[in-house]
Design a protein around this ligand. Structure first.
Ligand code: SAH
Ligand code: SF4
Length: 334
């Protein structure tokens, strides 16, 4: 249940302010239902439960990959299912990858969520709770939840009110206390959303899923390119850079025989020459799409061609593929 709602109920019943703190602490300690919040009087627990469940997402299952990545299948109140993933890094840091929608209307051809079709927007609470679950798990592992990426299911820019409200909750000191600069919102290129994010006071990061350096290729992969072609999307990203002073991450999936030649790399470098971008090359994870990942030698040649053209890129290694927790595989079997 959302914090403001709980606070409003408690206040209406003349309860002291520390009750809210007790609830938040119990949730962080693993309370799953109102009955588990044993610091509250029994009558108050019963009263609260009449107004809705403590959590709006319920973990149906958790699978742990060989590399330590943890994936949750989360049931929402209406029976829909989304997924969230906790990714381990060195030095005791953890990143959670959260979903913003159950399904996605944008239908990118390579993406398992896209194949599900449009679902519904998640609420602010449903998004925040994914990070809360992840933080509790990170703490059980003796680590710290330091980063959040909106790279799970859905297009965050099409649900931006709830996404930004959840970001505020994640960021505030009495929320999860995660630095805004450690939160990244990834978009397939929804230009109005990019424009709104540029004006938003919270300094969260922007990542653009570009995946091709020419409109023809991108249009085949991502139907949204018909509406917002590469030039428009990159112009919106540049305005975001100018307004915020922050670089934009460019996500580029390497797809075998589709977008992975040295000529593609040079074209990409040509688009990004002004230094306002950082390129992340992503390994493709198999789904039912028919696309496959570029082989290692082509990946290497692509990275080298980019570097020669003056663009340094990071190669993002895949994690969690053995539990279908890797990018684009979420809810593949939901
Ligand atoms: N809708 C947003 C955010 C969610 S998708 C977006 O598209 O950016 C997060 C990232 O996963 C995107 O960069 C997307 O292109 C990538 N992705 C989708 N399917 C993938 C797959 N099978 N393997 C690797 N990355 C994939
Ligand atoms: Fe939606 Fe992103 Fe998947 Fe495209 S890649 S279908 S925008 S979730």
């Amino acid at each position: 249940m959302e914090r403001e709602r709980v606070a409003g109920l408690l206040e209406g019943w003349g309860q002291p302010a520390f009750r809210l703190t007790q609830i938040v602490q119990a949730q962080a300690a693993g309370a799953a239902t109102w009955d588990d919040v044993t610091t509250l009087p029994r009558t108050l627990r019963a009263r609260l439960s009449e107004h809705g469940p403590l959590w709006s997402v319920r973990p149906e299952s958790a699978s742990t990959s060989r590399d330590g990545t943890v994936k949750w299948r989360l049931a929402l109140g209406d029976g829909r299912v989304v997924e969230a993933v906790l990714i381990a890094h060195a030095q005791g840091r953890r990143t959670v990858c959260v979903s913003s929608q159950a399904g996605c209307a944008l239908g990118c051809r390579f993406c398992a969520t896209g194949a599900m079709g449009a679902g519904r927007d998640l609420t602010r609470g449903e998004i925040l709770e994914q990070a809360m679950l992840a933080r509790a798990e990170a703490e059980r592992q003796g680590a710290r939840l330091s980063n959040v990426v909106f790279m799970g299911m859905g297009e965050p820019m099409q649900n931006l009110d709830a996404v930004l409200a959840a970001c505020d909750d994640m960021n505030r000191p009495d929320g999860l206390g995660i630095s805004a600069r450690a939160i990244a919102i990834s978009t397939a290129g929804w230009v109005p959303g990019i424009a709104r994010l540029a004006e938003h006071p919270l300094p969260v990061r922007l990542a653009l899923s570009l995946h091709a350096a020419d409109d023809e290729t991108r249009g085949r992969l991502m139907p949204i390119n018909a509406r917002y072609p590469i030039a428009n999307v990159l112009a919106a990203c540049r305005r975001y850079c100018d307004r915020t002073g922050r670089r934009v991450f460019i996500e580029y999936l390497l797809l075998d025989g589709v977008n992975d030649t040295p000529a593609d790399a040079r074209r990409l470098a040509g688009l990004l020459r002004d230094g306002r971008f950082h390129v992340n090359l992503i390994e493709y994870n198999p789904t039912a799409s028919g696309y496959t990942a570029s082989p290692p030698e082509r990946r290497r040649a692509f990275t080298e061609a980019l570097a020669r053209a003056g663009i340094e890129a990071s190669l993002r290694r895949s994690r969690g593929a053995d539990v279908d927790a890797a990018c684009g595989q979420l809810a593949a079997r939901a």
